[in-house]
Design a binder for this molecule. Sequence first.
Ligand SMILES: C[C@](O)(CO)[C@H](O)COP(=O)(O)OP(=O)(O)OC[C@H]1O[C@@H](n2ccc(N)nc2=O)[C@H](O)[C@@H]1O
Ligand SMILES: Nc1ncnc2c1ncn2[C@@H]1O[C@H](COP(=O)(O)OP(=O)(O)OP(=O)(O)O)[C@@H](O)[C@H]1O
Length: 315
Amino acid sequence: MTDTVTVRVPAKVNVQLAVGGLRPDGFHGLANVFLAVGLHDEVTASPADVLRIGATGPDAHQVPLDDTNLAARAARALAAHHGLDAPAVHLGLRKDIPVAGGMAGGSADAAGALVACDALWGTRTPRGELLALCAELGSDVPFSLLGGAALGRGRGELLTPLAVGGTFHWVFAVADGGLSTPEVYRECDRLREASGTGATVAAVPEPEPSPALLDALRDGDAAALAASLAGPDGASSNDLQPAALSLRPALADTLKAGTSAGALAGLVSGSGPTCAFLTESAESAASVAESLLASGTCRTARPTTAPAPGATLLS
Ligand SMILES: C[C@](O)(CO)[C@H](O)COP(=O)(O)OP(=O)(O)OC[C@H]1O[C@@H](n2ccc(N)nc2=O)[C@H](O)[C@@H]1O
Ligand SMILES: Nc1ncnc2c1ncn2[C@@H]1O[C@H](COP(=O)(O)OP(=O)(O)OP(=O)(O)O)[C@@H](O)[C@H]1O
């Protein structure tokens, strides 16, 4: 038995998010190309009398500290999986991933809590079982465990790792206030209905990954990846982008500010409202971040690199 265990878990950006029709179970089929990026949460697990959650960081006040916290749900799920009593553990969340920002912060904490509790309790859960627990906790959680880059099929939980041939330089423009993921999916359906195409599985083509985008990732080619992320007239590899823009029209100004500042391409990260900008170098990322901040169109701008490893034990 160890006394304290800390796990570091990355945020993600969806370099492609192709959204299929609304399934009868309330989810959408996806071709979801995940890329883990160098913004991290840390989850520290230590013994306690009952399950307790604490959170620190700039967005900590937005994190629920009750049973609805995804890290608490993860600890309970792992304990139940091993037939243990209710988990007696303190989970300390050091949050650096924006909350409700479309970067899978809660999912990162869930994956981190699973790995941390598994080490603390000495339960040695096989990787496949951990991934299955992740999928029960949320569609993004398996990728938070895996990291790197991966194609997510199904509702995003069925992962195939992808090769990445180099380091990509990104800037993340963090908005004031979050967006609710289910609301953004609902807005996507509403826009599809309103445009006359319909929103059901029968009406929307099966989502497929873009071969050019996968090649660009494999080759580590930032210019080619940029060409796959955004096109003329606001076209985006993220099918949720029109819905996020519809709910938060000011994001158009953020996207414009980043591309005017020299980013190769910009898109909304997942369900938003964080905007992601691909740049050609670390220097360019620093300068785009500075311009974004000066533009007043975001709360903060964070340069970083990708890919990043998945949930990693630090101690
Ligand atoms: C937008 C993304 O972050 C892109 O990676 C994910 O698709 C969202 O993943 P997540 O936050 O882990 O979402 P979940 O906790 O599994 O689901 C929350 C809600 O989002 C919607 N949802 C989620 C995933 C999916 N493939 N289709 C959906 O329609 C559903 O309304 C669902 O009830
Ligand atoms: N550990 C957690 N950290 C942050 N939010 C949490 C956590 N557990 C539960 N939540 C709840 O989940 C909501 C969504 O938070 P999260 O930061 O995961 O959003 P997100 O990054 O947009 O998710 P995704 O990109 O996976 O769709 C929050 O508003 C909060 O109420």
